[in-house]
Unconditional design. Structure first.
Length: 277
């Protein structure tokens, strides 16, 4: 028979445990999300900047060169410089840098006119050079001094395609001759259908077109949006420039050329605003 005026034993035990937990928690210091958030907001440690020696080593690695080769950085000259007398031919000029974002490579030939190219240190620069022979100065210079370093290297051109493109460019300049203010010109080559784009504004133009190689090529022109400007016509590839009026109704001119019988062809073309002579 149970008693009616007291608390059951199991309830008294539960309350005792709960009271003990409250007392234990009251004596603890809270180290929850606020402290973790403060730690997470601390700025990361900045890695130490590379030394000049480390940057020199990176330049040598990028250029796949020996540290003692001319054009490599050194304690005496952190910027890569070359003073050469080169035979006529095709060359590849390479530049690299480390310790800065980028650098500038400059080539000065016998005419004394500098040709400069900016490049980023992560990728370096490979620049094709067709040299007529004689003295030449090549330098790769960073925007600041040490600990940054730069280097430059010259080798006989290993890329046959680069030489072929230069041949094509020189042939095009010979065919189209003097540049006219406001003109847009391009050149293409191949033995299959190829398309060249001239980013011309809508308007009236004179089209100069010349080709060599096959006996004929099929030429058609459309705007960049695909609107037909010139239906396919056969043009003789006798090395003689053909001029014809052309009205461009929309933005851009896409010239499509298909050499006859798959014979390797060269194509040069330009658009001259109609008000020009």
């Amino acid at each position: 028979m149970s008693a009616h005026g007291g608390m059951p034993a199991r309830h008294r035990g539960f309350l005792a445990v709960a009271a003990a937990l409250v007392m234990a928690l009251a004596g603890c210091e809270y180290t929850g999300p606020d402290e973790q958030g403060a730690l997470a907001s601390s700025p990361p440690a900045t890695p130490p900047a590379a030394s000049f020696e480390e940057n020199m080593g990176e330049v040598v690695r990028l250029l796949e060169a020996s540290p003692s080769e001319p054009g490599m950085p050194s304690e005496a000259e952190p910027a890569g410089k070359l003073f050469l007398d080169l035979a006529p031919g095709d060359y590849m000029v390479s530049g690299a840098c480390a310790g800065v974002y980028g650098a500038k490579l400059t080539i000065v030939g016998a005419d004394g006119v500098p040709e400069a190219s900016a490049f980023e240190c992560g990728s370096g620069l490979d620049r094709f050079l067709r040299h007529t022979g004689g003295p030449i100065t090549i330098s790769a210079v960073p925007p600041v001094g040490k600990p940054s370093a730069t280097g430059v290297k010259v080798q006989t051109n290993p890329d046959r395609r680069a030489s072929e493109l230069e041949d094509l460019s020189e042939w095009s300049d010979q065919q189209l001759q003097t540049r006219i203010p406001g003109e847009l010109r391009g050149t293409s080559g191949g033995n299959t259908t190829t398309t060249g784009t001239l980013m011309a504004e809508p308007g009236q133009y004179d089209l100069d077109f010349v080709c060599s190689g096959p006996s004929f090529t099929e030429l058609s022109i459309s705007t960049s949006a695909g609107e037909e400007v010139l239906a396919p016509v056969r043009v003789p590839c006798d090395g003689q420039a053909v001029r014809s009026p052309l009205r461009l109704p929309g933005q851009g001119a896409d010239l499509t050329m298909s050499p006859l019988d798959g014979v390797e062809g060269r194509f040069a073309y330009r658009l001259i605003p109609a008000h020009q002579p």
